[in-house]
Design a protein around this ligand. Structure first.
Ligand code: KG4
Ligand code: ZN
Length: 351
């Protein structure tokens, strides 16, 4: 099955074309061994434009998506008809609504061109939940093998600029949210701490770079809710601690602040994820979302998984931050689940 996917939920304009196969519904067992061959994947980041404002400006994002979508599409260097997609998948939420609409409208136009006018293809247009894109991106992990045995139950941690969610997955199709952040998402905390340190947007990669030169034990920042017996998170207190620390210690070494903040955030995420894996006897842990491209977080969780003897899946870094390949992957899984979302932008859609 050929899938053309479009992602415009935030400040990345992304289009991907891929072939998906090998995954047939296996009775009540759910799905088995999906396989993907990426034909094209383009991500055009608007980060430089938004950096000037210190964060994403929705209407600027909309303007840029409208400008970029046809250019990227043209650069695929294939005529729409020659692509002959079976599915066109578009992110419908969550995200910035003006930005989401640009992708939705663009996908409708392409769909119309293919299914009416001269071509009359049977291409279907499907809506995709951006968070399911992140969730299923573990299928792109290098160590995810076909017919990986004993995948479930699994614990999935989604860490992005807008979300911090811990889930239990009993199969590809059955899942339960265990907890999420009560205030700031962890990526948002990285971005805000970066601003306090006068680092450019997006802050996550900047904090990571600086942290490599600092001492993670230099400052003991709080690990919010780490001992609570639930799977909720909270990062606004940690962010405020950094603010107060910088106010009271204006001479502090930025490297140590970055390293100590990062260590506090990572310890909180890893501790709760591992606790969930123990409680639910998980066979795998999946990590996804923009913050999952943080090498220290990947490393910590990988080490803990090895000790616990569970599979650890994280996609290559380029598929952690927003992209359209993960949207195509989620579209395929949902196609097999026969689960369709309406083609309408919904900013606050959840899992
Ligand atoms: O998934 P994503 O690209 O967009 C959303 O769905 O939100 O995640 C973006 C978030 C930003 O907050 C960014 O600062 C953070 O991911 N991020 C990182 C790193 N790379 C991106 N956070 C920590 N370390 C990184 N290397
Ligand atoms: Zn995302």
């Amino acid at each position: 099955m050929r899938i053309l996917a479009i992602e415009t939920s935030c400040d990345e304009t992304a289009i991907a074309l891929l072939d998906a196969k090998g995954c047939l519904p296996a009775g009540r067992q759910g799905l088995t061994s999906p396989r993907f061959k990426i034909i094209k994947s383009v991500v055009s980041s608007q980060a430089k434009i938004h950096a000037h404002w210190g964060g994403v400006v929705p209407n600027l994002a909309k303007r840029e998506h409208i400008k970029n979508l046809p250019i990227i599409f043209k650069n695929l260097r294939l005529k729409t008809y020659d692509l002959k997609p079976d599915l066109i998948a578009v992110t419908v939420g969550p995200g910035l609504e003006p930005a989401l609409w640009t992708g939705v409208n663009f996908s409708k136009e392409i769909h119309k061109e293919l299914t009416t006018k001269n071509h009359k293809l049977k291409t279907k247009l499907v809506g995709v939940n951006h968070l399911e894109g992140h969730l299923y991106s573990f299928l792109l992990a290098k160590n995810y093998k076909l017919k990986t045995k004993g995948l479930f139950p699994a614990i999935a941690l989604i860490v992005s600029g807008g979300h911090t969610i811990l889930l239990r997955m009993n199969s590809f199709t059955k899942r339960k949210k265990l907890g999420e952040t009560r205030d700031d998402a962890v990526g948002e905390a990285f971005d805000k701490v970066a601003r306090m340190l006068r680092l450019p947007y997006p802050g996550g990669p900047e904090i990571e770079r600086l942290a490599q030169k600092g001492n993670p034990d230099a400052i003991k920042f709080p690990r919010p809710m780490i001992n609570d017996k639930n799977y909720e998170f909270s990062f606004s207190g940690l962010k405020t601690s950094v603010l107060y620390y910088l106010r009271d210690n204006p001479e502090a070494k930025k490297e140590n602040v970055a390293a100590s903040f990062q260590a506090a955030a990572i310890e909180t995420l890893v501790t709760k994820t591992i606790r969930a894996a123990r409680e639910f006897d998980a066979k795998s842990i999946m990590l996804s979302g923009g913050v999952a491209s943080n090498a220290a977080l990947r490393h910590e969780l990988k080490i803990k998984c090895q000790k616990l003897n569970v599979n650890f899946f994280v996609p290559p870094k380029k598929f952690n931050t927003d992209n359209a390949v993960m949207i195509a992957v989620a579209a395929y899984i949902n196609y097999l689940r026969k689960k369709n979302l309406p083609i309408r932008a919904r900013g606050s859609l959840n899992l």
